[in-house]
Design a protein around this ligand. Structure first.
Ligand code: NAG
Ligand code: NAG
Ligand code: NAG
Ligand code: NAG
Ligand code: NAG
Length: 368
């Protein structure tokens, strides 16, 4: 009897050595140090602001699922996923388990690492609350090595992916980041003015909200109806270039030219404290094109006034990017006058050409 019991145990031990117990997966908790978070995350941790997300560098990756908590947008938040720098595709992620479809792993790629990039696409309905990530059993996390180049974009609908099928992942801001193989942080909200006035559902302007964890959607949530200060020390590595395109909704809210210049100048003073050595690029409007061929611009000449105000204070590291003529009627959705998917690519081309002329070229080997 004892003999048979011991034999049974022995067999079980041998079998389990050959076929390991059903630990078919590895669970990566949200506080794992090798999850490279970017954008704005609250302590749950959950995303705010379009484009926020995380990156993983995984050896032997065969399966991946996100386990999301109750602060995730219901019924889902659209997320963009890119594997090994392939084009982004969309997954609708919901509270509970969301499997991420992966391309089949070729035998040549086994044992090598896979880069996974995930970000929320929307300007609204953009909250994912990451509890953990489930990977296949023999998957191993490696550090993600961030790019030396980090763009910080600040803006309104034009920069946020508003109306685009894949949201921010098709916006000029995101495209520029991709071209340069850069990290991108995008703080852009449709309808928002720079001035801290209510505008099209935004209870605050960007000059207030930029310094907060939450985007202006916080006001419409019941589980997190408050703002908290953003700890800019969490932006690692720090931005290397700051790019701002804003003003359309200040104009729509009848903020006067002199008020706008004052608000923008004050905002830049705060931005300069955060980014003491970084070049700041201030785009002038590309305006609102119309079917008759005219383009309507707002605050003409005022961006130059902002620049002059900063220069007078001794700030020589701010540049005016003249976006006049970048967009015409065929580049916009006729009903909303916002750039289409192709229009956004055109803007990215124009901005990249401007930056090359200024002295920053995309890294050809990253983009080959
Ligand atoms: C996400 O959900 C929306 C609404 O149901 C649907 O139209 C879209 O096709 C879904 N996208 C994906 C990638 O499943
Ligand atoms: C300002 O907000 C309104 C409403 O969302 C929108 O129609 C307009 O296009 C917005 N402009 C920008 C640049 O965000
Ligand atoms: C959020 O709080 C404000 C008051 O601070 C209130 O007016 C608003 O209705 C609240 N939003 C929701 C969705 O409860
Ligand atoms: C801005 O001014 C125009 C023209 O006076 C007016 O029609 C419009 O209602 C004003 N908009 C706001 C938000 O005050
Ligand atoms: C360009 O990219 C290559 C490959 O990732 C990298 O080795 C190189 O250091 C990059 N050069 C610059 C200037 O970032």
């Amino acid at each position: 009897m004892l003999y048979r019991l011991l034999l049974g145990v022995l067999v079980a031990v041998v079998v389990s050595a050959i076929r390991p117990p059903s630990a078919a997966t590895v669970t990566i908790k949200n506080n794992h140090p090798l999850i490279f978070y970017h954008g704005r995350w609250d302590s749950s941790p959950g995303t705010w602001w379009t484009g926020s997300g995380f990156k993983l560098n995984v050896e032997n990756l065969q399966s991946l699922a996100l386990n999301l908590g109750l602060h995730t947008t219901s019924p889902f938040a659209a997320i963009g996923v890119s594997i090994n720098n392939a084009p982004f595709f969309t997954v609708n992620a919901s509270a509970g388990i969301t499997p991420i479809p992966l391309p089949p792993v070729s035998s040549a790629a086994r044992g090598s690492t896979t880069l996974v990039r995930i970000n929320v696409e929307g300007s609204v309905s953009n909250r994912i609350n990451l509890e953990s990530i489930t990977l296949n059993a023999n998957a191993v996390l490696h550090p993600y090595k961030p790019s030396k180049l980090v763009f910080q974009f600040i803006g309104d609908s034009f920069s946020s992916g508003y109306l685009l099928p894949m949201g921010v992942d098709q916006a000029w801001t995101f495209i520029v980041g991709e071209r340069y193989g850069a990290e991108h942080r995008i703080n852009a909200a449709p309808g928002a003015a720079l001035t801290d006035v209510p505008s099209y559902g935004n209870v605050h302007g960007i000059s207030y909200q930029y310094f907060k964890v939450e985007d202006t959607n916080y006001y419409y949530t019941t589980d997190h109806n408050y703002t908290t200060p953003w700890n800019f020390a969490r932006d690692q590595p720090p931005a290397t270039h700051v790019v701002i395109h804003i003003g359309a909704n200040d104009s729509a809210q009848n903020v006067t030219a002199s008020q706008f210049v004052q608000v923008y100048t004050d905002f830049l003073a705060r931005i300069r404290k955060l980014y003491p050595h970084q070049p700041i690029f201030m785009l002038t409007p590309w305006g609102w094109p119309t079917s008759d061929g005219n383009v309507y611009y707002y605050y003409q000449g005022q961006y130059q006034e902002v620049l002059n105000a900063r220069t007078t204070l001794g700030d020589k590291n701010i540049f005016l990017v003249d976006a006049t003529g970048w967009v015409s009627y065929e580049d916009v959705f006729p009903d909303s006058l916002h750039p289409t998917v192709d229009g956004q690519v055109k803007i990215a081309n124009e901005f990249t050409a401007w930056m090359e002329n200024w002295g920053l070229s995309p890294n050809a080997s990253i983009n080959a």
